[in-house]
Ligand binder design. Sequence first.
Ligand code: AVJ
Length: 318
Amino acid sequence: MLKQEIEDGQASLADPSFRHDVLRGFEMRPRAIPARWFYDRRGSELFEAITDLPEYYPTRTETAILQACCGEIAAIAGAGRAVVEFGSGSSTKTPILLQAVDPAAYVPIDISGDFLRESSSLLAAAFPGLTVLPLEADFMKPIALPLQIAATPKLGFFPGSTIGNMVPHSSVDLLRAMKASLGEGAMLVIGMDRIKDPAVLEAAYDDAQGVTAAFNLNLLERINRELDGTIPIATFRHRAIWNDDRSRIEMHLEALADVAFGIEGRPFAMAAGETIHTENSHKYGPRDARMLLRAGGWTPVAEWTDPAGLFAVILAEA
Ligand code: AVJ
């Protein structure tokens, strides 16, 4: 109820960490706001729409890879593991894995209790008899898993190339935290997007229909809604740029003219051409991906890709 009120703009109870990240982000040079703030209700809907775009290959490619490889994953990992998903139920991919591995329990972990409850009840309905143990937590740090599965070996699941949102040193921290959370004898299934033709990458993050542009610009609308912002949104445009040196797509919001605006009464200004950096999406070659896993304490044991080598699903052991 409270969340609804906030999103309808009837209450001014903004998330204090959103407020902090936005105000700090506009003071930083270059300006930057963490990508996690894209996902309000509207942002989540727009991301769903992105996953159906012809240019956005990752979701459909990873889904097809999982459909083809989950039998092998089940054979290698063995029966009776508890599946622990980092991020709550990526609706279409999770059932593919659960179907194949027939787990002892399913533990979705998410920082947002709302998303967690929604996806948990959908999965529990689709898999009657499966023990679903949702956990509201920040998986960037080691987590204490439910006691019921203390003695059960774990199979971590981190699809979607979500790890690409992090700079390499944070990815390594996350992989180590996952290893600590999952414990002795754990395995991990992780999706990573591969380096490819920059034109293909830039199109995937700047589609012809403008859905990704709307997704990026929604962040400014969210700031206006939740933080009393007066940002003139029409004066900004979406940019998606391949940064070859850092092997990542960067999304920015670029001011098209000199602008001045307020956020919670504080004045801010940007000159024409200046940007706010809103997202990184790192891409990994086959060796880069394996080296990243090893740096995070994991040993790669198998990997699968699509015929065009656009995306990779890797199985690793602790
Ligand atoms: C959800 C982080 C995997 O980086 O491809 C899609 C988010 N941003 N289009 C990605 C996103 C713009 C997506 N991840």
